[in-house]
Each structure stands twice: as structure tokens, then as C-alpha cells.
Design a protein. Structure first.
Length: 118
């Protein structure tokens, strides 16, 4: 998902129109629309203002992973809960798994040496 698509997701989830956001940014609605569709990139100042307008952390515009959990409420209806996972967190997790695998291999090697020494 691109930055513009993420901005659009948060804007729509808050029930805010493109016209409202574009006026807050001082843009024509058509210019704003081109930014949401990725034809034009948002600049840094626009992204900061969007985070304020949409009341989200600016990092939400740059996360690549979105996990959707569906559940039902007591009335029998369904709702989705969206949780974003930052790529950096995933990288750190994968690095920890690699470290764990290397440590296991080292310990196995040491055990094997002890077994041969006896």
C-alpha cells in the first residue's frame, strides 16, 4: 500500500471528505486527489498536516503491514479491527530469530565437542 492509499484509508475511516482535507492543506480538491492516487507525492509539510488533520501518527502513513482481525459483536454483526505492524519491528524480530538460531547452533557444537572429549 502506497502513502497516498494509506492517507485515503485513514481519511475515509474518519468520514472526512477530500474537499475538507484539501481546503485544510490549501490545495484544490483535484490536486489533493492526485496525491491520494499517487500521481503526485505528498511533501513533508503536507504529511505533517495530514497527520494532524486525520489525528494519526505520521508513521502510520509509512507502515507496510496491516493485519485485519474480524470478529462478531453481540448483535451478530461483524466488525474489523486493523492493526499496523511497522516494517522495522518485523526486521528486528527476524534478526532476533537469526540470533537465536546461531546461538542454538553454537551450543550444539559445544555439546558435541564435550561429548567427543569424554
Amino acid at each position: 500500500m502506497q502513502v497516498g492509499e494509506r492517507v485515503q484509508y485513514y481519511r475515509k475511516s474518519k468520514g472526512i471528505s477530500q474537499e475538507y482535507v484539501s481546503s485544510k492543506l490549501g490545495l484544490e480538491q483535484s490536486q489533493y486527489s492526485r496525491r491520494e492516487t499517487g500521481q503526485i507525492n505528498f511533501d513533508a509539510v503536507e504529511l505533517l498536516r495530514l497527520a494532524e488533520i486525520l489525528e494519526v501518527d505520521i508513521s502510520e502513513f509509512f507502515t507496510d503491514r496491516t493485519v485485519v482481525f474480524n470478529s462478531s459483536n453481540q448483535s451478530g454483526g461483524y466488525f474489523g479491527q486493523y492493526i499496523t505492524v511497522a516494517d522495522k519491528l518485523i526486521e528486528l524480530y527476524e534478526a532476533r530469530l537469526k540470533d537465536k538460531d546461531e546461538l542454538i547452533a553454537l551450543l550444539k557444537e559445544q555439546l558435541a565437542k564435550r561429548g567427543n572429549a569424554k
